[in-house]
Ligand binder design. Structure first.
Ligand SMILES: [Zn+2]
Length: 100
């Protein structure tokens, strides 16, 4: 009897989001991350993460997205916390999902 041959195909897809900043855009210090990082507006972050303003507000309130304390109006967001969300991690290094 002839042995059956089994072929297994694994497909992986990766998406890369590149965030570019204009000249003269300064970095900000995020106390929660403890590093200097890019600063983003709420509109920029909402666009990058493809979420609604309500989901953004929830993530900010839950601490998944860090705010820069010195800037209240307009609200400035920590680029590193947004990067971690894109990678599926929270600032503790555990898996996280936006809006949950
Ligand atoms: Zn941060």
């Amino acid at each position: 009897m002839k042995a059956k041959q089994r072929t297994e195909i694994t497909y992986e897809a990766h998406e890369t989001t590149v965030i570019r900043y204009g000249r003269g855009q300064s970095s900000v210090y995020c106390r929660q991350c403890g590093i200097y990082t890019a600063n983003l507006s709420v509109a920029q972050a909402s666009s990058i993460l493809s979420v609604t303003p309500l989901e953004m507000e929830r993530s900010i309130r839950d601490g998944q997205i860090h705010t820069i304390d010195d800037a209240i109006d307009p609200l400035i967001l920590c680029g590193n916390s947004i990067r971690l969300l894109l990678l599926g991690e929270n600032t503790d290094g555990e898996a996280a999902k936006l809006g949950e």
